[in-house]
Design a binder for this molecule. Structure first.
Ligand code: ADP
Length: 494
């Protein structure tokens, strides 16, 4: 039985929300709104304002106007606002986690364990950085000069985020940019606007000055594209598909705005024969099925050594069989629905293509309905084997709970296979051999390598891709640096 929706969540859904522009909640100029659909039922549960180019223009203007005061505000005051926002998120964890479930489908327990606490921690972590941004004194190689550098905010940031971690992604973008002294226009994904709309209220509640954060809900073409191309935006930070990332790069050229991109992946997860098999299985399970498999870092290409492959496939399928599909509000649910009908069709299309190209479906492969799941976008967690590196399921990002298990004979072979992808986001290695672990970690073309673990994240630890998975890190100090630019000052002392 699904847990009752909290009163405050029902009240939030019942309210008609506006865009957050210049500290005001405003209706979109066109008056257009779009439905927010609960993926567990297929029913519309709220509406959100659909921003168009005029609204984006207003939001960018508000962000520009707010910039001089925000960037020169005492760092400790910026820190305090960020810290208080992080605290407020932690206080409202139950409500926010339910909202994530209704918006995205994910189990509330997962949102409570991961999305909300990490988002809260992010704001607190970057609160710490606001008071620690400093330049350096440089020594020129001739003359009598005093030379120093200042670290200054890049200006107005456009942040465009996807639907897989709707609230958390807001934190990824807002934490470092606000700490750096930038002002922001944030566009959440059209499938999942609720977390950002609730955050908009909290941003006003904790007292961020008007215009420092502006939130424009809407579609990629009508709100995302004008934001990416806007001459008043100094930097775009984007998370989403690599094809959209390429459009964002194109759109940036007018004013050569700075870009950072966190794009898709097709991450290998390598299990050597000497691995702790129980741990590797649990890790592989989480790597590919967490968040319904809708993670850029999903460890979808599993390479199990040929001595253990059959056992691995069988036990992974057994684990998949044990996954309880259901409404994410139900505390007994292990896996919720996919985010949308479109996503369901995409995942089903990939499974069909795997079958057509000769992969063997060991478990799953079908849409699930009945027993309270009708109307929702549920797909059975799926394990494919007998896969070939040329198959689409091995080359393209599926973004669903589909594991491909291949086998390998030796280390060089598996490194070559793991790197045979245009993506380079993440990778996993399971082995008891410490030398091999470091050797393979160095050889893999991936921005993050997990050894005997998978999917670990922390506000303090940089994360981001190589190759077609993008550039510019999220999290940690490196993310802060993306929102700062260095000014050099020469003073003649002669
Ligand atoms: P997904 O398949 O995960 O929806 P997208 O890359 O299409 O991935 O979407 C990620 C974000 O990018 C969403 O907020 C979406 O609205 C936005 N978006 C889509 N197309 C564009 C575009 N041409 N320019 C800017 N943003 C876009």
């Amino acid at each position: 039985m699904a847990t009752q929706v909290l009163d405050e969540v029902s009240a939030f859904l019942a309210r008609e929300h506006g865009l957050l522009i210049g500290g005001e909640e405003v209706a979109p100029r066109s008056g257009t709104r779009f439905d927010v659909v609960n993926p567990a039922t297929g029913e519309a549960i709220a509406t959100a304002p659909s921003a168009g180019p005029d609204d984006v223009d207003d939001a960018v203007r508000a962000a520009r106007e707010a910039l001089p005061a925000w960037r020169s505000l005492a760092p400790a005051a910026r820190a305090e606002l960020l810290w208080n926002l992080g605290t407020r998120l932690a206080e409202l964890a139950d409500e926010l986690a339910q909202l994530e479930t209704l918006d995205n489908g994910k189990p509330t327990g997962e949102a409570l364990a991961v999305d909300v606490p990490l988002c809260s921690a992010l704001f607190r972590y970057y609160a710490g950085w606001a008071t620690k941004i400093e330049g350096a004194v440089a020594t020129p190689s001739y003359g009598n000069f005093h030379v120093y550098t200042r670290r200054e905010p890049v200006g107005v940031v456009g942040a465009i985020i996807p639907w897989n971690f709707p609230l958390l992604m807001c934190g990824y973008k807002l934490g470092p940019s606000l700490a750096a002294g930038c002002t922001v226009v944030l566009k959440p994904a059209e499938q999942t606007p609720l977390g950002a709309l609730r955050l908009a209220e909290l941003i006003s509640e904790v007292g961020f000055p008007p215009g420092v954060v502006n939130i424009v809900t809407g579609f990629g073409e009508t709100a995302g594209a004008p934001l990416a191309a806007h001459p008043g935006v100094d930097k775009v930070t984007f998370t989403g598909e690599h094809t959209t990332g390429q459009k964002i790069v194109e759109a940036s050229k007018g004013n050569l705005k700075r870009i950072s991109l966190e794009l898709g992946g097709k991450s290998p997860n390598i299990v050597f024969a000497d691995a702790d098999l129980d741990a590797a299985l649990a890790g592989a399970h989480g790597a590919v099925f967490f968040n319904q498999g809708q993670c850029c870092i999903a460890g979808a290409r599993i390479y199990a050594h040929e001595r253990i492959r059959d056992e691995f496939v069988e036990r992974l399928a057994e684990r998949a069989r044990g996954i309880r599909l259901g409404n994410g509000l139900d505390p007994t649910t292990d896996m919720g629905p996919l985010v949308s009908e479109q996503q369901l069709e995409r995942v089903a299309g990939y499974i069909a293509s795997g079958r057509d190209e000769g992969a063997r479906v060991v478990y799953g492969g079908e849409r699930v309905g009945g027993e309270g799941l009708d109307g929702g976008y549920f797909v059975r967690p799926t394990v494919l084997t007998d896969v070939d590196p040329k198959m689409r399921v091995m080359r393209e990002e599926i973004f669903g709970p589909v594991a491909m298990v291949a086998s390998f004979a030796d280390e060089d072979e598996v490194i070559a296979a793991a790197n045979d992808t245009p993506f380079g986001l993440a990778a996993g290695i399971w082995t008891r051999d410490v030398k091999r672990a470091h050797r393979v970690a160095a050889a893999l073309e991936a921005g993050t390598v997990w050894v005997n673990t998978y999917g670990m994240f922390d506000a303090a630890i940089p994360y981001g891709g190589f190759k077609l998975s993008g550039y510019g890190k999220e999290l940690g100090r490196e993310a802060l640096d993306l929102y700062l630019q260095t000014k050099t000052v020469w003073v003649d002392l002669a």
